[in-house]
Design a protein around this ligand. Structure first.
Ligand code: RIB
Length: 352
């Protein structure tokens, strides 16, 4: 029996490229790392040789010398949430412009997974990381920083400049906008369907909702009922229907503010399965404005977050931390925007 040995072709190196282009290996290195120092005619000759020989730079060599790879981590809370798709697109496009590769890691909303991912980034000598912390405990990020890995907190408004950079959206303003919208429709009682209050974003949305009722002269303790689910996903939204409708037809809420679109879309599915109509029987509002919010019928009224810009802005801060010697920590705060669709309606029009 013959065994075919797996021989991988020897990778083309800088020496071969230099010979092909008729220049020194040092000139090839300059074209790769400091092209502005090379005359255009010479640079074009080297680039032509790179294409002809199908040369690919071996970054592991440079990372061995520098002790850091050209990769950065993007550690998201829940990779199944389409909110993070747009965030990741912004992170990746900004990283690519800086010559960095992005490694996507999922915390699945657990500290244990976050800790494992943070250690993995340190083992891989990642140059830096954009991290959406699972909860208020930032010890993992401080540990990463102590190992020389720069990080930027994304989607957290409570990370102060003395600790690091952060990019977030004003979630309290977003919660207040949702509350004002429902109050403007005549709803004086709202159920807040949320994920764990350990997640700072949803706590701020709840605070903003309560602010809106206080602002309207209503007692938020009486007006706002909270239902807390273990996770912020559509399955938990669907499972929450019984809790939302508890108390029977005369006590069920006529408006539900969901801490994110995933919960809202799951709740709408569950309400439909029980023959309840949105918004005729119950108004539902979400948070994020993921693409699906506009694909369901009725369209989901929601509070839009600038997802792509969040990602780009976080990565821009990380590149600054990695490449600018005079970098100083900054907090970037975006403003959310209410998007009204068909899932909310005036209470008076619903009293059948
Ligand atoms: O990851 C949970 C939620 O927090 C997302 O849906 C988004 O709203 C983020 O802010």
């Amino acid at each position: 029996m013959t065994t075919r040995s797996r021989t991988t072709p020897r990778a083309v190196g800088i020496t071969e490229v230099a010979q092909q282009a008729g220049v020194s290996p040092g000139t090839v290195s300059n074209v790769l790392n400091r092209p502005e120092r090379v005359a255009e005619a010479t640079r074009l000759k080297v680039e032509k040789a790179i294409v002809e020989l199908d040369y690919v730079r071996n970054s592991s060599g440079s990372s061995l010398r520098s002790g850091r790879s050209d990769a950065v981590g993007l550690l998201v809370l829940d990779v199944t949430n389409p909110f993070f798709t747009e965030v990741a697109r912004g992170v990746e496009e900004e990283a690519a412009e800086a010559g960095l590769a992005v490694v996507l890691l999922n915390s699945a909303e657990t500290q244990e997974r976050q800790r494992r991912n943070v250690r993995l980034l340190a083992e891989q000598r990642a140059a830096g990381a954009v991290v959406m912390p699972v909860d208020d405990d930032l010890s993992d990020l401080l540990w990463l920083h102590s190992r020389g890995t720069a990080w930027v907190a994304l989607d957290r408004g409570d990370v102060t400049e003395d600790v690091g950079c952060s990019v977030s959206v004003d979630n309290q303003a977003g919660g207040a906008a949702a509350g004002r919208h429902l109050i403007g429709l005549g709803h004086e009682h709202v159920t807040f369907l949320t994920g764990p209050f350990a997640i700072e974003q949803v706590r701020r949305r709840h605070e903003g909702l309560r602010d809106a009722f206080t602002e309207a002269g209503l007692d938020p303790d009486d007006a706002v009922r909270v239902i807390e689910q273990p996770l912020l996903n559509s399955a938990q939204g669907e499972r929450a229907v019984d809790a939302v409708l508890a108390g029977g037809p005369n006590r069920r809420p006529r408006a539900v503010f969901c801490a994110n679109d995933q919960l809202a879309l799951g709740l709408m599915k569950g309400l439909g399965r029980r023959g309840l109509r949105v918004p005729e029987d119950i108004s539902v509002i979400g948070y994020d404005n993921v693409d699906f919010a506009d694909l369901v019928h009725p369209g989901l009224t929601t509070v839009a977050q600038p997802k792509y810009e969040l990602g780009r802005s976080a990565m821009r801060l990380l590149v600054s931390a990695l490449k600018e010697p005079d970098h100083v920590h900054r907090r970037v705060l975006f403003t959310p925007e209410l998007v009204v669709r068909g899932s909310t309606a005036a209470l008076r029009s619903l009293q059948a």
